[in-house]
Design a protein around this ligand. Structure first.
Ligand code: HEM
Length: 502
């Protein structure tokens, strides 16, 4: 009996060990010369990753220790963290290494295979279809949406007691959610006014579950996950979110066909110029190419909802924090706004005004460097590749460690100092384009980056025109936490002093 128990307990362990040695041997045949911390049997370097709070710092220390790109084993799989501009150029400009890693499977139940998660021909076709939707003429139509949402944001911030320390992230997150719903779907979820919105709460639940799953081996396991309560919670939230996008798509589709029967389809029943949402552009395309189905449209709209609000919320929030902590930089940004709005300090910003905010753009870029919004993203290798003389075998995960390159002291002197001048035209010219990759680069770069830059300029400039930002009292220093999108574990507190005009 004891023998049977021993066999039941130890046989799987022995098989697992053999499997581990076999796999590690397979990777090490080529990767022996790539430096990295020593690994433990079975788990590899899982322990070295640390917690979400120590994770970035741990990886960063390895990048310094190994002078750039380094290797780790997660279980028996080799993962390479690219922290060297030549390696980043090799990966990001490749037209063949385009498949996302296993990490992205965690969002597939929500996003299906939209632009972010798909690969191969589907991704190529959809990227081509969607690219024109981000043309500047279309983005210009969204400025009114940015302005209306910022008006509500300023109203909400005005309601907070003058000069009281507040965590600004929740205010900004609700504002960017309003913007993305209106621009992606043409509907208003009114997140800033209706805090109890079922849709908004379900989006929040899904983002929370994504973080939980990325941290728990049980929740991340597709076989075990359906037996957990988190799965049931996710199922309920997905029902609300998918139900909402589906019903918006059906309604817009009917409107689209009705309008196309009338002559002036860009004018509403009151004769006003109608705002088009991304969804309308996708419906237009689908009307001419039925192989771009309603399901495809839904995947892409859900992807915009996912990619397009938490990223901008985090970036705007950290930019406001950096401005509060660096009064001389805030003064310079404010002086630029004074000049742009000298004719009428209360008017809304136009597309042209946003283009003129050159210094604010440098502030935003420095924010994206120091508080890298998406700290890392990854690709799976489907076949062996030769990376600048180094063979990397099929199955290896290639991780772009954007946070690491953005903090490399050889590229950015005193990397922890917030200095927008690093992004002056002259200083930018001196660096490799692969030293600044907040939106990734190459064929799979962020399709929404121009949209994001306009939105960030619009919201930050509106807050700055209405409030002087001051550091929190008592003093507050953000504690960075790596989720899919960078967060602060202890909130982002600043004080706002109302301005009396520019
Ligand atoms: C500050 C804001 C933003 C940042 C920092 C950001 C960053 C990124 C990064 C790093 C990627 C590459 C991810 C990867 O390779 O896995 C990406 C992809 C993507 N982003 Fe953004 N993003 C931002 C805003 C937006 C917005 C506003 C939208 C949509 C309206 C958007 C839509 C997308 C899509 C659809 C992809 C996938 C593109 C593809 O693979 O073809 N992003 N973004």
């Amino acid at each position: 009996m004891l023998q049977i128990i021993l066999i039941i307990v130890f046989l799987p362990l022995i098989l697992w060990l053999l499997y581990w040695y076999y796999n590690v041997g397979y990777f090490e045949k080529h990767l022996k010369t790539v430096p990295g911390p020593s690994r433990f049997p079975l788990l590899g370097n899982v322990k070295d990753l640390g917690t979400p709070i120590t994770f970035l710092d741990n990886l960063y220390k390895f990048s310094l220790q190994y002078n750039g790109t380094f290797k780790m084993y997660l279980g028996s799989r080799a993962e390479i963290f690219l922290v060297n501009t030549e390696h980043l150029e090799f990966l990001l400009s490749s037209n063949s290494i385009l498949v996302k890693s296993d990490l992205y499977k965690l969002v597939k139940r929500w996003l299906g295979t939209g632009l972010l998660t798909s690969g191969g021909n589907k991704w190529r076709k959809h990227r081509k279809i969607i690219t024109p939707a981000f043309h500047f003429q279309i983005l210009e139509e969204f400025i009114d949406v940015f302005n209306s949402a910022s008006d509500v944001l300023v109203e909400k911030l005005n309601a907070a007691p003058n000069k009281a320390s507040i965590d600004i992230y929740p205010f900004i997150a609700r504002c960017t959610l309003d913007i993305i719903c209106e621009t992606a779907m043409g509907t208003s979820v009114n997140a800033q006014n209706d805090i109890d919105s079922e849709y908004v709460n379900s989006v929040k639940i899904l983002l929370g579950i994504l973080v939980q799953r990325s941290l728990s081996p049980i929740l991340a396991n597709d076989l075990l996950y359906p037996f957990t309560t988190t799965y049931q919670k996710e199922k309920a939230a997905l029902k609300v979110v998918h139900g909402y996008t589906k019903s918006v798509i059906s309604k817009r589709k009917v409107e689209f066909y009705n309008n196309s029967k009338t002559k002036d389809e860009n004018v509403d029943s009151y004769g006003r110029k109608k705002k088009r949402a991304f969804l309308d552009l996708l419906l237009e395309y689908s009307a001419n190419d039925p192989s771009f189905t309603e399901e495809h449209i839904q995947e892409e709209v859900d992807t915009f909802m996912f990619e397009g609000h938490d990223t901008t919320a985090t970036s705007i929030t950290f930019a406001l924090y950096a401005l509060a902590m660096n009064p001389h930089i805030q003064e310079k940004a404010y002086a630029e706004l004074k000049e742009i709005f000298s004719d009428d300090s209360k008017r809304h910003a136009t597309y042209r005004d946003l283009q003129e905010m050159k210094y604010l753009e440098m502030v935003i870029k420095e924010t994206l460097r120091i508080y890298t919004t998406v700290p890392f993203y990854s690709r799976a290798l489907e076949k062996d590749v030769n990376m600048n003389g180094q063979i990397i075998p099929k199955g290896t995960m290639l991780n772009v460690f954007a946070y690491g390159i953005h903090h490399n002291p050889k590229i950015y002197k005193d990397p922890e100092i917030f200095d927008p001048e690093r992004f002056s035209i002259e200083n930018s010219k001196k660096r490799s384009p692969f030293a600044f990759i907040p939106f990734s680069a190459g064929p799979r770069n962020c399709i929404g980056q121009k949209f994001a830059m306009l939105e960030m300029k619009s919201s930050i400039s509106d807050v700055l025109r209405n409030f002087k930002l001051l550091p929190s009292v008592p003093a507050h220093k953000v504690v960075l936490k790596s989720e899919a999108v960078l967060k602060s574990d202890n909130g982002v507190f600043v004080r706002l002093e109302k301005r009396m005009g520019l």
